[in-house]
Design a protein around this ligand. Structure first.
Ligand code: FUC
Length: 784
């Protein structure tokens, strides 16, 4: 039977064959407690996070709450800055980029303390912070604490039901703990059991590194405090309440701890809230706790799992050869690095872990995942745990549409909508321009100003790049109401770029000035170096894409005819999506500067390859070749996110084996947490991505990359297996991936060829699918 006939058959008979795509279980597991935070197990329900280390005499559970930020709203705009714009531009036009940079640094950066150079916990920019640490200190009857020798230790995070466990035995008693951050009643829950009566003896306490007070009220443990707002000290307020119920034995209060004596089962509830956006945090933490305690554990757990699986269960993946789970995850990671082809299940696990982390770290109506998703163990989180806009927060959202978690893009959409008002002020202050702009960083307080140093802080394509994420949500869903809601945001961003573009005298093209190619620098003719330039490729691509999307949106919504025409006019005057240099590479800047670091981790001039569909094998084969040349010179090194980005580029360039190589590099085992800007990357024992330090973008970029190896839909048709690496050819199945136009795709393959596939869409509509090299036009099946 040929594939085409198979497909028609599938379209009419809805086979069940494809529904069994995944092998179970999906889990991380270890045979000892965690010895570093990056080996603990991340739980999260989009608001609350818990990371238990599974300790035997002392357990530490790091707690998080996605809104817990220091800092406060500020106005860091320099309202005089625009007066310096003509002088900065003149210097750029004269080729004096170093002098232009000096002037930018003097007159065109933020006012005040900016982001605190990435250490903003005590300045108005603020920092995403750890909420607290919950400690359980155990006594084992008849055994001195230093003599406790656990047997049969097992620690596990099940991705299928978003629950962690640990179990072991001491002195013939079997102990078990089960932890989850409930998607039901929105509290953290830990259930402890011993299989012999009266064997649970431990204390429960809570603290955080600073700004906290612990008290008790009845048998409830409370921790409350107020973070620094960066001005008068009176910033965000928070509260955590801890309560426990015991089977057998008794719970009492001693010196700000709960003391459990002689119990055989205990359930601990942790309820936390902040006053972010005026929330009544005391009331919220109270009512959530009260509601949770009333429910039986079984009901609570069942609701938790059911709600989580509504999202998680949408995609199944099987890449064949999957025996790696027999080893603990840290050992499996090492084995995979040494012999990747022996364990295709590692890619399945990494892929589904990325989806798990997305579901756990954001929630519709709240905040998008930050640099560490939801999980932070410090007060001064690296880079403030903020939202970096020159790749990082965007990458955090790249897997969402294609892996069928579309609604989790909405918190980012809300965040971006919230930037417009401040972004308008920034546009006026620095460029005397219309519309709105965001530079390179933002926070929960709506920061849009440049950073405090030109070398990284002058990127003004942050707002444009964010618009790509907003647009992709429309491309995948086709939701016109949504398009209407984001149209003013896209239009405002386009207005900004339209009003700041200037004519490059040597080419006549309209370009940005000043700007930078994130965060790279180059040699000038006089031997000096600079970052500040005119019309870096990334800006040209972002603006081209944005103008095109606004024109499309205005046409769909039948609005803004005149504005649309003016953008069309502008589009003709923009630089092309890529320019090939003398060395065959895609040029990073308008001029063929020599970069100071040819292996720089940022590769933003390939934005047109991914995420934008401007440069690819289908439409611009010469530019695609130039992108290949650029990537070869850049090399396969870099930070975690940089490797993930390169994996995505290679997938889009349809080189599955090179994409796979980057995937294996991304999974290089590491324990190192010190900042490494150029030659780091890797994966911690708990499969968190290492910049280093831990930064979650690499996890999400890697997840998106695996999906792009299996399916792409940017070229007007759905391309099945566009970049399948040799390692995955033997056989595989995937169910539930999404393609642009709101199509859901299931398929299976053997020997690198698609054998069965099914494409469905809510209304059932025409679609083109490229299967085994042939583009076929089909009527898609009607289905949800
Ligand atoms: C950008 C990157 C760094 C890091 C930081 C959070 O500035 O250049 O590598 O990821 O964001």
């Amino acid at each position: 039977m040929n594939v085409r006939r198979t497909c028609l058959l599938l379209l009419s008979f809805a086979p069940t064959l494809l529904l069994q795509a995944q092998q179970d279980p999906l889990r991380l597991w270890f045979d000892s407690p965690a010895t570093q935070w990056e080996a603990t197990l991340p739980l999260g329900n989009g608001r609350l996070g818990m990371m238990p280390d599974g300790g035997i005499t002392k357990e530490k559970v790091v707690l998080n709450e996605i809104t817990l930020w220091s800092g406060s709203e500020q106005d860091a705009n320099n309202y005089e800055a625009y007066k310096n714009l003509p002088a900065i531009r003149s210097l750029l036009l004269e080729g004096k980029n170093d002098l232009a940079q000096a002037l930018v640094n003097k007159t065109f950066v933020c006012k005040g303390k900016g982001s605190g150079h990435g250490n903003g916990a005590n300045v108005p920019f603020g920092c995403y912070q750890v909420l607290g640490n919950l400690y359980l200190r155990f006594n084992y009857k008849g055994v001195d604490s230093q003599d406790v020798k656990p047997e049969s230790y097992h620690r596990e995070l099940s991705l299928d039901d978003a629950t962690a466990t640990c179990s072991y035995s001491v002195n013939g008693v079997n102990y078990r703990r089960e932890y989850f951050t409930s998607f039901g009643d929105d509290v953290g829950i830990i259930k402890l059991t011993a299989d012999k009566p009266g064997q649970l003896n431990f204390t429960i306490s809570i603290d955080r590194p600073e700004r906290f007070a612990v008290s008790t009220e009845g048998n409830e443990l409370q921790m409350a405090g107020q973070l620094n707002n960066g001005t008068d000290g009176n910033g965000m307020m928070y509260m955590s309440r801890v309560k426990a119920s015991a089977k057998g034995g008794k719970i009492s209060v001693e010196q700000n701890s709960l003391v459990v004596k002689d119990a055989s089962g205990v359930i601990i509830y942790v309820s936390s809230a902040t006053d972010f956006r005026g929330n009544d945090y005391k009331k919220q933490s109270r009512s959530l706790l009260d509601a949770a305690i009333k429910k039986t554990y079984a009901v609570q757990k069942q609701q938790h799992v059911a709600r989580f699986q509504q999202l998680f269960g949408r995609v199944k993946l099987n890449l064949g050869k999957d025996e790696g789970d027999a080893k603990p995850t840290d050992k499996r990671l090492l084995a995979f690095f040494n012999d990747p082809v022996a364990d295709n299940g590692m890619a399945t696990l990494y892929f589904q872990y990325g989806r798990y982390l997305s579901i756990s770290s954001t929630r519709v109506g709240l905040l998008p995942p930050n640099l560490q998703g939801l999980w932070a163990e410090q007060v001064q989180t690296p880079w403030n745990g903020d939202y970096h806009l020159d790749v990082n927060v965007q990458m955090n959202h790249w897997p969402l549409e294609i892996t069928n978690l579309s609604e989790l893009n909405l918190p980012l959409v809300d965040l971006v909508k919230g930037l417009v008002k401040n972004g308008e002020k920034t546009a006026r202050a620095y460029y005397n321009a219309e519309g709105w702009v965001a530079h390179v960083i933002t926070n929960v307080w709506g920061y849009t100003e440049p950073g405090e140093d030109a070398s990284w802080g002058a990127t003004n394509s942050g707002s444009g790049w964010l618009c790509n994420n907003l647009w992709e949500h429309y491309e995948f869903t086709g939701d016109k109401k949504y398009l209407q809601s984001i149209y003013p945001v896209l239009k405002g961003a386009a207005q900004f770029y339209k009003s700041v573009l200037i004519k490059d005298p040597s080419t006549g093209w309209l370009v940005t000035a000043p700007s930078v190619s994130p965060e790279n620098s180059f040699y000038m003719a006089n031997g000096k170096t600079a970052n500040i330039c005119m019309g870096p490729t990334v800006d040209n691509q972002i603006i081209r894409e944005l103008f095109t999307n606004v024109i499309t949106a205005a046409t769909i919504l039948s609005v803004d005819e005149t504005f649309k025409m003016s953008l069309q006019e502008n589009l003709r005057l923009l630089p092309p999506p890529g320019i090939v240099g003398k060395d065959g590479r895609l040029m990073e800047w308008l001029e063929e500067y020599k970069e100071t670091d040819p292996k720089h981790r940022h590769v933003s001039h390939l934005y047109g390859v991914y995420p934008a569909p401007l440069i690819n094998r289908e439409f611009t084969p010469e530019l695609a070749e130039a992108a290949v040349a650029s990537l070869n010179v850049r090399g396969d090194g870099g930070t975690g996110w940089s490797k993930a980005y390169k994996l995505l580029f290679w997938a889009r360039l349809q080189d599955g084996n090179r994409a796979y190589k980057l995937f294996t590099q991304l999974l290089k085992p590491t324990f190192s947490t010190g900042v490494n800007m150029s030659n780091g990357g890797g994966t911690y024992p708990n499969l968190f991505c290492a910049h280093p330090p831990f930064q979650i973008d690499g996890n999400f970029g890697g997840t998106a990359g695996i999906a792009e190896m299996l399916i792409q839909s940017h070229a007007g048709y759905i391309n099945l297996l566009p970049a399948l690496p040799d390692a995955w050819t033997i056989s595989g199945e995937v169910k539930g991936l999404k393609a642009r136009g709101n199509f859901t795709v299931d398929m299976s393959w053997k020997d690198g060829k698609v054998t069965t596939y099914r494409v469905s869409s809510p209304g059932g509509k025409k679609v083109s699918v490229k299967v085994n090299g042939e583009v076929i036009k089909l009527q898609s099946r009607k289905g949800s």
